[in-house]
Design a protein around this ligand. Structure first.
Ligand code: NI
Length: 136
């Protein structure tokens, strides 16, 4: 972590009150930490807007274990993209449903397409691609 720099911000009183309420709701103990996280999130979003940027992503899916061709399809997609899959964790939720968390690293455009392809696979009930960064 680099050294901290101090700065002063001029903010409308009502905006600051709303921000403090947001902070409290999200368990932040200090304005500095809350502002730093918002700044980092903005920079991560900017990174993801560049398709060639090297980024990190976490894909979470819930799918129906009963459709055996689906499990094969999901494994096939991941083998085809093995160079950007760092690891995956499978959880048997109940007799019928499975959850999987897949951690990926690679080019932003490629990871977005891969995540969308997995989520759009028939039988995947829900999916969320969380965009992260290795550089913030
Ligand atoms: Ni399972």
């Amino acid at each position: 972590m680099s050294a901290l720099a101090r700065t002063t911000l001029a903010i409308e009183r009502d905006l600051l009150e709303k921000f403090d309420a947001w902070m409290a709701k999200h368990s932040y103990a200090s304005r500095s930490e809350a502002v730093r996280d918002l700044m980092r999130n903005t920079l991560v979003e900017q990174e993801w807007a560049s398709p060639g940027a090297e980024v990190l992503a976490v894909l979470s899916i819930v799918f129906d274990h009963g459709k055996h061709t689906l499990s094969q399809a999901l494994v096939h997609i991941q083998h085809e993209a093995h160079h950007c899959i760092l690891c995956s964790q499978h959880v048997h939720l109940d007799r019928h449903r499975c959850a999987e968390v897949i951690v990926m690293q690679g080019k932003a455009g490629q990871l977005r397409r891969l995540g969308e392809a997995i989520i759009a696979t028939r039988g995947v009930r829900a999916g969320k691609l969380t965009l992260m960064s290795t550089s913030v």
